[in-house]
Ligand binder design. Structure first.
Ligand code: SF4
Length: 219
């Protein structure tokens, strides 16, 4: 597998936000969102076997030989481009980790191991990658999964709101998250739009960007 980084941080972008979490960031992405904050993961990285990834995860999850962090997020880049990722997820869940995967939504997620929590983006027009969402994912997602819309402006908000209503996303997944593009759309207007429309969504802020410098890698 091609791996950009493996590190321990605070989960920042889902209903798991705030929890200590091990991140496995896979290298490479087939999309180019204009506001992408992980472009450093497009290229480079290090070739590692599944066994080596498991060992690296073990090392950052344990303290004095005891596992203290049980949450692992597979992210990227786009993690589902690498064929070994399903096997990695199976090994991690088999070792008792709770596994999250964060994906652009362009790939089908219905064939991932059942225990894995799928956090799936729906790309809005302002990303420059609108229309890439794999619509079959709507039927594949379950009550433990999450859908995320990253919004650059009011136009994106209205698009996401209409998508939510059209596909009756409420109740389909654990959470529908509306998250502003950091530094481009302030949280306050987004919060006020959500409240004004009575939308059953969760406002998502990228917690790690408030804790550390917004451009910092490996957090
Ligand atoms: S899908 Fe994710 S990693 Fe790929 S360009 Fe968009 S934001 Fe960046």
């Amino acid at each position: 597998m091609q791996i950009t980084e493996i590190f321990r941080s605070i989960q920042g972008e889902s209903t798991y936000a705030g929890l200590p979490c091990i991140f496995v960031r896979l290298t490479g992405c087939n999309l180019r969102c204009v506001w992408c904050d992980t472009a450093y993961a497009f290229h480079g990285g290090k070739q590692m076997s599944v066994e080596e990834v498991l060992e690296a995860v073990r090392q950052v999850s344990e303290f004095d030989g005891q596992r203290r962090v049980n949450l692992v997020e597979i992210t990227g880049g786009e993690p589902l481009l690498q064929k070994e990722v399903g096997g990695l997820m199976e090994r991690l869940t088999g070792q008792g980790y709770q596994v999250l995967v964060e994906t652009s939504g362009e790939r089908f997620v219905g064939n991932l191991p059942a225990p894995v929590v799928r956090i799936v983006d729906v790309k809005c027009p302002g990303s420059g990658e609108g229309g890439t969402f794999c619509m079959e994912n709507l039927a594949a997602l379950t009550a433990k999964d999450q859908l995320k819309f990253v919004l650059a402006d009011r136009q994106d908000y209205e698009w996401a709101r209409d998508f939510l209503r059209q596909h009756r996303l409420e109740g389909k997944v654990e959470a529908v998250i509306f998250s502003p593009v950091f530094g481009q759309l302030e949280p306050r207007p987004l919060a006020e739009w959500i409240l004004a429309d009575g939308l059953p969504v969760r406002l998502g802020l990228q917690l790690h960007k408030f804790i550390w410098h917004p451009d910092m890698q490996g957090v």
